[in-house]
Design a protein around this ligand. Structure first.
Ligand code: FUB
Length: 324
């Protein structure tokens, strides 16, 4: 283990940013965040205060370097199927182009996941005319495995509507499990080669405790809520996510990209603000956690700012818990 590097924070202060998905393209770390706006919307359990309309791409050409804002990369006015709320995006380089995946409310008010492509990692991106068929809920994270198969992980409770999709169709009145019932898990689907569609119906991921039993819905310190991320370390798959109303970033490990995964522990203790959302990336042989808090706005939940920190593993591959 080396001494952790903790650069100047937050990455940018001229706009509010959140939900950072970080990737290394060439020698540069590109960060794909949500772009929080300064409105005075109602703050509620449905996420109505998160009224984002566009995406900016950020980049760092070294750890500790000044962060570059490349400006607007995609706006909802240029996405035919979107009505509002462009939430946490992710990106990947494949087939000679850059893909931006993003959730938003479609014209019927339900969250779906769309895709836009471009020739530059900083954008601009050009959206497909419709959302990915069979997609629903929020927080897409795309992961390319060593065999070059690409998977999308997604799903979020409450405002993210995952409870409503348990049967595969949207049921407006559906409630999630409770108490000792198995918790809902994130969804995963392999993508087609062109990354514009699911190659298979999404399936639910199971997260187990150390005794091999599924985490329960009442186990709010550990159960899945939103913000999935997948990375591989020493050949093992690490699924990390937010516990939502208990405000932890936690992780589980498994030997297959589709799970099952076994809960391992906490990555980050609660930040200032309600939401916590992250990504994990390797850069020049070190690992970094990108995350957000609401410190820049003095704690306003929907005016957040992106930060990063070096992430370290112990000799057994366990992630060492960090404080914000
Ligand atoms: O930014 C809007 C939503 O808040 C994201 O989709 C969630 O993960 C939470 O960070």
């Amino acid at each position: 283990m080396s001494t952790a590097t903790n650069p100047k924070q937050p990455l940018v202060t001229h706009i509010y940013t959140a939900d950072p998905s970080a990737h290394v393209f060439g020698d540069t770390i590109y960060i794909y965040p949500s772009h929080d706006l300064e409105h005075d919307g109602e703050d509620n359990d449905n996420g109505d205060e998160y009224q984002m309309e566009d995406y900016h791409v950020l980049s760092l050409n070294a750890i500790g370097a000044p962060c570059v804002d490349h400006g607007e990369a995609l706006h909802m006015r240029d996405v035919p199927w979107v009505s509002k709320q462009m939430w946490a995006p992710d990106a990947i380089y494949k087939n000679g182009k850059y893909y931006l995946f993003f959730p938003a409310r479609a014209k019927d008010g339900n969250f779906r996941i769309g895709v836009a492509t471009g020739s530059d990692p900083a954008g601009p991106f050009h959206a497909e005319p419709d959302y990915i068929q069979g997609s629903y809920s929020i927080d897409p994270a795309v992961f390319e495995d060593d065999d070059h198969k690409v998977y999308m992980y997604f799903g979020g409770l409450w405002g993210g509507q995952l409870e409503k999709w348990q049967t595969g169709v949207f049921l407006p009145g559906a409630e999630g499990p409770s108490g000792n019932e198995p918790a809902l898990g994130p969804r995963v689907a392999q993508m087609t080669d062109d990354l514009l569609a699911f190659a298979e119906p999404p399936q639910q991921i199971v997260i187990l405790d150390q005794n091999g039993k599924p985490l329960t819905a009442g186990d709010t310190d550990r159960r899945y809520f939103e913000g999935p991320w997948m990375h591989k370390y020493n050949g093992l798959y690490y699924l990390s996510y937010s516990t939502g109303d208990t405000h932890y970033l936690v992780y589980a490990t498994g030997t297959s990209p589709k799970g099952p995964f076994t809960y391992q522990g906490r990555i980050l203790t609660p930040v200032i603000g309600w939401t916590t959302h992250h990504s994990i990336v390797e850069y020049n042989g070190k690992w970094y956690l990108f995350y957000h808090d609401a410190s820049l706005s003095g704690g306003v939940n929907h005016r957040r700012c992106v930060k990063y920190k070096e992430l370290q593993y112990d000799e057994n591959g366990a992630i060492i818990t960090m404080q914000p």
